[in-house]
Design a binder for this molecule. Structure first.
Ligand SMILES: C[S@@+](CC[C@H](N)C(=O)[O-])C[C@H]1O[C@@H](n2cnc3c(N)ncnc32)[C@H](O)[C@@H]1O
Length: 278
């Protein structure tokens, strides 16, 4: 399989920071997802790239039977601790969303909140999401805007690190045409957009959250020499400061795409599904 080296790196990088403060600022987007995808009692729900498990825990609290997977073992462990503390049972798995150990059509609902978008092979992760969703089942996927908000932060980061050749651009998942190309054959799709705001007292405070808690930024920052680090820090703080709110503090408003879909038919060229439907 392609990109194995890159994904091995991702499994370490994403778990390099505790992450929880970052996901807590995604609350508006998570609420938006649940407003169109309420858990139903006893349904089989898969949360792909669950991170520290906010979506998975909320789905389990709503009565779903939840499985949650992520490539970063440290985040899966943190999610399991949080699920224990919340008093819900979830089947947590560490693994790659491009190759999931689940049966065809195993889940009634498949969600991913700003997660599957980071797998480098978009067609493969899309096919996996389609494969494990039963006919008549549903998906709800959150992805960032293709060129603004979190994409702006990643543009800054990209000046300090190499992007692996051939890897899919995560932010393409924020483009409805791209999503339609990947999933339109298997799902009746609908789209909504929304804004998720990360609020902190200052650009400096927001930088600290990403510097300390967000694996990709933490690993990058730790890898730079003093001069490069100072430049990265300055650029990020300057960027965050452009979101100064009239009432004080910064309000980093990030636009996202919410894709919802109902599973209609098998994707062309998927051998296992072609066999299953034969
Ligand atoms: C921005 S976080 C989102 C986490 C969580 N869904 C949320 O809403 O807070 C991205 C997540 O994708 C996971 N991830 C990245 N590549 C992955 C892959 N190929 N397979 C599974 N998970 C992956 C990371 O480990 C990380 O937890």
């Amino acid at each position: 399989m392609a990109f194995e080296e890159l994904k091995a790196k991702h499994s370490v990088v994403w778990g390099a920071g505790p992450y929880q403060r970052v996901t807590d600022a995604l609350i508006e987007a998570h609420e938006h997802l649940f407003s169109v995808c309420e858990p139903e009692s006893g349904e089989n729900w898969l949360d792909v790239a669950t991170g520290t498990g906010n979506i998975a825990i909320r789905a389990a609290e709503g009565g779903a039977t939840v499985t949650a997977q992520d490539i970063a073992p440290e985040l899966v462990a943190a999610a399991a601790d949080r699920a224990n503390a919340a008093g819900v049972e979830i089947d947590f798995r560490t693994g790659d969303c491009e190759d999931m150990p689940f049966a065809d059509g195993e889940f009634d609902t498949v969600t991913s909140s700003f997660g599957h978008m980071f797998s480098p092979d978009h067609a493969t992760s899309a096919n996996e999401i389609a494969r494990v969703c039963r006919t008549g089942g549903r998906i709800a996927l959150l992805t960032w805007h293709p060129s603004e908000g979190v994409a702006d932060l990643f543009k800054i980061l990209s000046q300090y690190q190499q992007t692996p050749a051939g890897a899919g651009r995560p932010f393409d998942w924020g483009d409805t045409e791209h999503v339609n190309d990947l999933l339109g054959e298997c799902f009746n799709l609908g789209y909504a957009r929304g804004i998720s705001v990360h609020r902190e007292p200052s650009g400096e405070a927001l930088w600290r959250v990403f510097r300390e808690d967000y694996g990709p930024t933490k690993v990058l920052a730790d890898s730079l020499d003093d001069e490069q680090y100072a430049q990265l820090e300055r650029e990020c703080i300057e960027y965050f400061e452009t979101f100064r709110a009239p009432g004080g503090g910064v309000e980093w408003a990030r636009e996202y795409l919410l894709t919802v879909g109902t599973r209609t038919r098998v994707p062309v060229g998927e051998t296992s599904l072609a066999q299953a439907s034969a």
